[in-house]
Structure formats: structure tokens, C-alpha cells
Design a protein around this ligand. Structure first.
Ligand code: ZN
Length: 291
């Protein structure tokens, strides 16, 4: 069992039907025209933006975020705690935005394979020479790696469309990237977490820059989850969402590499990885309220 765009949309719609505190909108469209959903919960003064599935093989991140929004809405509605946290209190003070799947086309290619009747897909086969896309595909439907397409020390690691690490012709060239940057520039969240897999690591720095409380909060997130707070190395050090957020706004932005293993992580890991990531999110919300 995998987790594709249709499954995510179905789960979000059913959660929104069940809990009136869930508001769903679209923050943009993918290359292939799929709407990129964003769930808003709460109207509190502090804004937290959570996003996932920038990479095709990392669909578990979307499943974890959708599970979190369902559990969070359920516990707030029933006035119960979630993993020991008083979510009613967090709900009053925080506006939570959750966009579980930034790269729906890439996820669907990784999960469902290539559709030779589609012109864009045929173009990908021609440009990349790949035949077996399931198990390799991280990029969007134009072969651009969304997490190398942000305007933060942007440079080309590869010079043509590829399964991974091609940053595009220029920063923010892709509609999926612009969906995020336009949303963030409009809503101005106080903090941001971009979820990836895998490694059980939390990155909080960009090129020596970080928000005032980045390190302190990353260490608290690490303590509740068992993950490591660290500074990224190699190609993980530029062009990503949290890099751009730190660079443009100087606020606390994080990348969480959930779970451990080889991508795609098995959906059997959903419950255990959910527990770790829910604690990370609830910890950040708690810290935001201390501001
Ligand atoms: Zn990733």
C-alpha cells in the first residue's frame, strides 16, 4: 500500500467533513494541474506552516501530516490531550497551516509509475533515459527537484531534467515552488517546518544563518523525538525551502528528515514515525507560545 495524491485528497476531504475547525484551500497547482491543498486549523496569533512530500519517494511525509491534522482536529474538538499536550491551549494561540504534498505529480510518478499516454511523461523518459520510475523519482513532472529550486544560494548541481537534484533553469521556475513562496510571502508564518525522509535528523541552519531561537528549539524537538539536531552537509545545504525561509525572513525554519531506512520508507512505519513527528510539531507549537 502506498500513498498517492488521490488518497491524500480523499482523507483531507473526509477529515474536513468531520471536523468543522478544518478549512481546506489550494495554494497553487502542479505542472500537471493538480491542486496543492493546504489545511488551516485555528486563528491564533502565531502562525506555523508545515509542509511535506517535496520529493516523490517521500510520500510517507504526506501520510504523517494528514494523520497529524486528523488527530489534532479530533483532540481539539473533543477537548482531549494529544500525546500529553494540551492541544486546546495550542489551538487558541496558533494558526496551523499544513500542506502535506507540495509535489503531487512527483509522488504519483513514484507511486503509480509513468503514463506513456501523457506527453510530459513521455518527455521525461526521453530526457532522463529512465524506464523504471517507481523507486527512483524525486522530482516534479518536468524533472526539477523542488527542494533545489528555492532562491537560496541556488546553483545547478545537474544541468538537465533528472530524477533528483536538478534545480531547474532558474530559482522558483516551478509552480510547486512558487505555490510555497507566494503562500509564505502572503501569510508570513512565524516558523516553518519542511518534512522529508529519511535520517531522523533536524536541520535548523542555512549557510551559517539561523533564526534567534532555531538551535534552542531544534534541540527541544530532538529531545522529544529522539532525532538529532544538526547542520546539513553537501547538496542538502542550499536551494531548499527552509534555506530560503531563513535567508529571506531570518526566522526559525527547519527541515525534519523523518524515519530511517531507504526511500521510499514503508507505509508500515506510519504509526511509529507519526508519533515522533507529532511530538516534534507539538513541541514547536508549545515553544512558539512562549514567545
Ligand atoms: Zn526530500
Amino acid at each position: 500500500m502506498c500513498y498517492d495524491y488521490a488518497k491524500m485528497c480523499c482523507e483531507i476531504a473526509s477529515a474536513a467533513g468531520r471536523y468543522s475547525i478544518i478549512n481546506v484551500s489550494k495554494i497553487g497547482k502542479s505542472v500537471m494541474g493538480r491542486g496543492i491543498p493546504c489545511v488551516k486549523i485555528g486563528e491564533g496569533k502565531y502562525k506555523l506552516f508545515l509542509s511535506g512530500a517535496y520529493h516523490g519517494l517521500e510520500y510517507l511525509t504526506a501520510a504523517v501530516l494528514v494523520k497529524f491534522l486528523k488527530e489534532y482536529a479530533a483532540k481539539v474538538t473533543k477537548a482531549e490531550t494529544l500525546l500529553g499536550y494540551d492541544v486546546g491551549k495550542l489551538y487558541d494561540r496558533i494558526t496551523l497551516f499544513i500542506a502535506p504534498m507540495i509535489n503531487p505529480d512527483g509522488v504519483d510518478i513514484a507511486v503509480n509509475g509513468i503514463d506513456v499516454s501523457d506527453k510530459l511523461h513521455r518527455q521525461l523518459i526521453k530526457e532522463t533515459g529512465i524506464q523504471d520510475f517507481a523507486g527512483t523519482w524525486q522530482a516534479n513532472a518536468r524533472g526539477v527537484d523542488i527542494n533545489h529550486n528555492f532562491d537560496a544560494l541556488w546553483k545547478q548541481v545537474k544541468d538537465k531534467p533528472s530524477a533528483t537534484k536538478y534545480g531547474g533553469a532558474f530559482p522558483e521556475s516551478e509552480p510547486e515552488t512558487r505555490a510555497v513562496t507566494e503562500f509564505v510571502r502572503k501569510e508570513k508564518p512565524d516558523m516553518l517546518i519542511a518534512f522529508h525522509s529519511q535520517g531522523r535528523e533536524i536541520y535548523y541552519d542555512f549557510n551559517g544563518k539561523e533564526g534567534a531561537r532555531s538551535r534552542e528549539i531544534a534541540e527541544k524537538m530532538a529531545a522529544v523525538s529522539g532525532y538529532s539536531a544538526c547542520v546539513p552537509e553537501g547538496t542538502a545545504t542550499f536551494g531548499g525551502c527552509k534555506d530560503w525561509f531563513i535567508d529571506e525572513f531570518g526566522k526559525e525554519g527547519f527541515t525534519v528528515e523523518m524515519g530511517y531506512g531507504k526511500n521510499p520508507l514503508s507505509m508500515d512505519m506510519l504509526d511509529s514515525v507519526y508519533d515522533e513527528c507529532a511530538k516534534i510539531i507539538l513541541c514547536v507549537q508549545t515553544e512558539m507560545c512562549k514567545k
